[in-house]
Write a protein that binds this ligand. Structure first.
Ligand SMILES: [Fe+2]
Length: 395
């Protein structure tokens, strides 16, 4: 693992000028962690992104291919990131292709233009049915370079001798289309996925070593508490972030009244921007960790678990269970899969085709797109969109 951390005086290399287009934490400064996941074959660049310190990793993978490199899932191309990729180019050859393997993940789409400008000789491959909101703009208006943009499958596939491409979708989301393409690097057995599968562990991902503030912020009982860096606070903060990110409003948290929240803002540890001046309008129930454990197939997180995130299950696939399971079955036909590298949460996770098949089997027998307990908020969003006629009721 290698951090790209510059000296304190050189944080300008972490500047991301395009953050107002998607104003997520950490806004205009995006520290990046670079890790080698498979020696001399697969690397990743990771940043954080999120709302109100509910920050999870977002990841771009780099794969060594014949003659150079492929970048899977663009990331904010700060100077720090570009410098790191140039270091890989010096050792392994030029960036040949950049792949945007989702049609709907805005957080992966927005970095495309800047990354393409940084690597002007690379081909850009995108999944079909790209869309924009509120206006459906041509791809070139979104900053995709018209002279080197190709559509996956329609215009061929990048590096087909070394990589297999497995599509998931399309699904009509009303405003646009969900269409994602997984990529299997046969040499390393790495399965690259954008959003459709994640690996979640109870330990905070390594990027939080650069700055644990989001973990410490959410580990507290109320806003008047000092941000204290201890292993258990990091752990608790991560688990609560996972609950927020997966369920939006976990049942084990109550939003406190404005009066109560403001009442916590006058303590001695509140007078700083890092702690949002003590504003923390949440109260966690005593058994909140049980809700975290409920995320996992065994009812408890004993190791990183493979999952479709509840947000996708309830808001993208609620009426497409069979499509998702068929995709898992198709993945499980590749017996050389060794690890999952998703664009969020933990990576890599060691998996086998047998595990993928077992996961597909477990989904066939369980309730899908639930509406009770932790799932209540997600379900109400889905029902709201259905009522407005924004998402179609039928598969
Ligand atoms: Fe994503």
């Amino acid at each position: 693992m290698s951090s790209l951390q510059p000296s304190p005086a050189d944080t300008s290399s972490q500047r991301w000028a395009w953050w107002p287009l998607l104003p997520l934490y950490p806004y205009g400064r995006r520290p990046t962690l670079m890790r080698e996941l498979v020696p001399n074959r697969v690397w990743c660049f990771e940043q954080l992104h999120g709302v109100w310190y509910v920050a999870v990793p977002i990841r771009m993978s780099v794969v060594k291919v014949d003659g150079g490199l492929m970048l899977y899932s663009p990331l904010a191309a700060t100077e720090e990131v570009i410098r790191g990729i140039h270091a890989l180019e010096n050792a392994h050859g030029p960036v040949l292709s950049i792949v945007l393997a989702t049609s709907s993940g805005l957080e992966h789409k927005l970095p495309v233009p800047a990354l393409c400008r940084a690597f002007p000789r690379a081909a850009l491959w995108v999944s079909d049915r790209q869309w924009s909101f509120p206006l459906q703009l041509p791809s070139s208006w979104l900053g995709f370079p018209a002279d080197r943009t190709k559509i996956l499958f329609r215009d061929g596939l990048p590096h087909p001798d070394q990589l297999s491409w497995i599509p998931l979708g399309p699904i009509n989301l009303g405003l646009g289309t969900f269409n994602e393409v997984a990529c299997l690097d046969h040499d390393s057995g790495s399965l690259l996925v954008t959003d459709a599968l994640v690996s979640i562990s109870s330990d905070p991902p390594p990027i939080f070593a650069l700055d644990p503030t989001p973990l410490l912020f959410h580990s507290r009982q109320n806003g008047s508490e000092r941000l204290t860096d201890t292993p258990s606070n990091r752990l608790n903060g991560w688990k609560r972030i996972v609950l927020f990110a997966n369920f939006f409003k976990p049942v084990s948290v109550q939003v406190t009244s404005l009066h109560q929240s403001i009442g916590h803002m006058f303590g001695p540890f509140c007078r700083n921007r890092r702690s949002h001046f003590g504003f923390y309008p949440f109260q966690w129930s005593e058994d909140w960790e049980a809700e975290f454990d409920s995320l996992f197939s065994s009812g408890r997180c004993v190791q990183p678990d493979l999952m479709l995130s509840p947000v996708l299950e309830r808001l993208v696939f609620p009426r497409h269970k069979e499509m998702f399971i068929s995709w898992l079955r198709e993945l499980s036909n590749y017996h050389d899969i060794k690890s999952l590298i998703s664009c969020h949460y933990h990576a890599p996770m060691r998996i086998t085709s047998i595990q993928l098949d077992a996961y597909a089997e477990s989904l066939t027998g369980r309730d899908w797109a639930r509406s009770e307990k932790s799932w209540t908020t997600l379900a109400s969003i889905d029902q709201f969109l259905l009522r407005l006629g924004i998402v179609p009721p039928q598969a």
